[in-house]
Ligand binder design. Structure first.
Ligand code: ISL
Length: 556
């Protein structure tokens, strides 16, 4: 197995809008981020991923870009970005940025041109189609509700948008579009950025003819645009044109619904496509039939089966990315742990897992202090376009039970994890001296960075220790993965092995105490775990694993 810096990195995701506001406009910014780099360094972070910071009308919080080479005014200037990059590099931290090129904003000059006329040179930058029998060209739906097609009166054609109608899909079949994308990539790499998180990375290639999708899926048409016919060709071209000329940069593709066989293709080194992808199986387990808003209960053996499968199968040829949360997912402690009585124990347990698996771990801002889901009181308090559209569709149009829909929103909304970073006990959690763009979670007086830094037993200090363990023990990064007791409904137990060293991990995913017998083949030299999440550790001879207990043993 080849070694690379990005396999050994611990990546911290910053959602700039909510991280730190330096100028009091209620919106996070680059200077705010710069002021917190030392904090991230204290945690042990060596790589930062910045969510989009480009010029944007913000229909989807910056994932709708109107100029790829300009900075969103609220965040600062290009000079601020360069300063951030320099300050990060001074601290030996890498900085990767979001590449959003499945679509642009409808206010991007390419689209403004494209919609002018059918023979405009930019027309073919997007996907325009004639009506079919007087109606939409096909039955595909958008991720953010309703049809994926929008009619344009001027030219009497429809354009495709897999997300909001302000996010028209680029036409990747057009070679000129691909060249534009590669130019943008080179431009940012030449500035010194260290790589890309690639948005919606597996949806550029649409099946020719854009056939109707199978009915009955939550997303109609997805079999015709996810991991489509030319997608691997596009990545090999991107690699040849751009990435191969910058051998030290990293890429991670965001790939919803990626089967493991496809993930192997994207990430196998010999194929020269991407370094990693984000798979979605463990974050869709609590859906019913693919419907994100019909919440299902998670069953631990199922979750383990998924996680183990990716560990055992992908590591052989590609590389995993490990995550519990990001700006599209609820807070991990509220979802997989217990954000009440066992908040600290369960957050520590979850991150014990994340940092002792094979792959590159990604920590979303605020996770390191155990931030919890936000309980907004009213639908109008959710800024996310996805939620506003969902409400219009399910409650207003379809007349579904508003209480049920609201309960699902409280559980799953992306805004749960987009509330401002909780820095201290001062007003607005120290995030801003102005009025924050989104409500601050009222629990900031108990859950905040200042408190975490004071408390030697905080989640922060525990994760800091886990990162150190990872940096000092290659077995945590490169080791093979073997699971024990896969049927157990409470515990996740595994052994990592690498060049004669072993690491044994026991995690209790429940709020109950559970009896545990050591697997016979695991031989301990030292009874004391290297890391454990209670004040004392459990004796191995007669072991009862306490609620959300976690222990990591290093075996020689
Ligand atoms: O989180 C989802 C919907 O709630 C996913 O379906 C998500 O839309 C999908 O994973 C793509 O996400 C990415 O692209 C979107 C953007 O809204 C997300 O924030 C981004 O991560 C469109 O650019």
């Amino acid at each position: 197995m080849k070694k690379y810096w990005w396999k050994e990195a611990v990546i911290y995701q910053i959602y700039p809008r909510s991280f730190m506001d330096s100028d009091g406009d209620g919106i996070g910014d680059f200077q705010g981020i710069i002021s917190k780099l030392d904090y991230l360094q204290t945690l042990g972070i060596d790589t930062i991923w910045l969510s989009p910071f480009y010029k944007s009308p913000n229909d989807d919080n910056g994932y709708d870009i109107s100029d790829y080479q300009s900075i969103m005014e609220e965040f600062g200037t290009l000079a601020d970005f360069k300063e951030l990059l320099k300050e990060a590099h001074n601290r030996k931290m890498k900085l990767i940025i979001d590449l959003v090129v499945n679509h642009t904003s409808d206010e991007h000059p390419w689209f403004l041109e494209s919609k002018k006329s059918k023979d405009n040179p930019y027309r073919d930058y997007y996907i325009w189609k004639d009506p079919k029998n007087g109606a939409k060209p096909n039955n595909w739906t958008s991720y953010f509700w309703g049809s994926a097609w929008e009619y344009d009166d001027l030219t009497e054609q429809y354009y495709l948008h897999l997300f909001t109608k302000k996010q028209p899909d680029l036409n990747w079949e057009n070679e000129t579009v691909r060249k534009e994308v590669y130019d943008i990539m080179r431009w940012w790499l030449d500035l010194g950025t260290d790589g890309f998180r690639i948005d919606v990375a597996n949806m550029y290639s649409k099946v020719p003819g854009l056939p109707d999708g199978e009915l009955g899926n939550y997303m109609t048409g997805k079999e015709h645009f996810q991991n489509g016919p030319r997608i691997h060709e596009f990545y090999r071209e991107m690699h040849k044109e751009v990435l191969s000329h910058y051998p030290d940069v990293m890429t991670v593709g965001e790939t919803a619904d990626v089967p493991i066989e496809e993930a192997k293709k994207y990430t196998s080194e010999d194929r020269q496509e991407l370094n990693m992808v984000f798979q979605f199986e463990h974050v869709t387990l609590d859906e019913t039939d693919g419907d994100r808003w019909n919440i299902a209960k998670m069953y631990l053996p199922e979750l383990k089966k998924i996680l183990t499968k990716w560990q055992v199968e992908l590591g052989k040829c590609g590389w995993n990315s490990l995550y519990w949360a990001n700006h599209d997912q609820p807070r991990s402690v509220s979802r997989y742990g217990d954000d009440g009585q066992y908040r600290k124990e369960s957050a520590k347990m979850l991150y014990t897992m994340l940092l002792t698996m094979q792959g590159t771990p990604y920590i979303y801002q605020g996770e390191e202090i155990g931030m919890t889901n936000m309980k907004f009181d009213h639908i109008t308090e959710y800024p996310d376009v996805e939620i506003q559209n969902l409400w219009k569709q399910r409650v207003i149009k379809e007349k579904k039970d508003p209480h049920k829909v609201f309960a699902a929103i409280q559980y799953r909304a992306r805004d749960n994890a987009r509330t401002p970073m909780q820095w201290d006990e001062s007003p607005n959690a120290g995030f801003s001296s102005g009025i924050p763009w989104i409500k601050v979670n009222p629990n900031y007086k108990e859950i905040n960075v200042a408190e975490s830094l004071r408390d030697p037993n905080s989640i922060f200090h525990y994760i800091q220790k886990l990162i150190k363990l990872r940096k000092e023990n290659e077995v945590a990064i490169y080791g093979d993965f073997k699971e024990y007791y896969n049927e157990n409904e409470s515990l996740y137990v595994y052994l990592r092995s690498y060049e004669g060293k072993q690491m044994f991990v026991i995690l209790n995913f429940t709020g109950e105490s559970v009896k545990f017998f050591m697997p016979e083949e695991v031989v301990f030299v030292n009874a004391e775990p290297y890391i454990y999440n209670y004040q004392d550790y459990t004796d191995l001879g007669n072991m009862t694993v306490r609620p959300y207990e976690a222990a990591v043993y290093l075996l020689e």
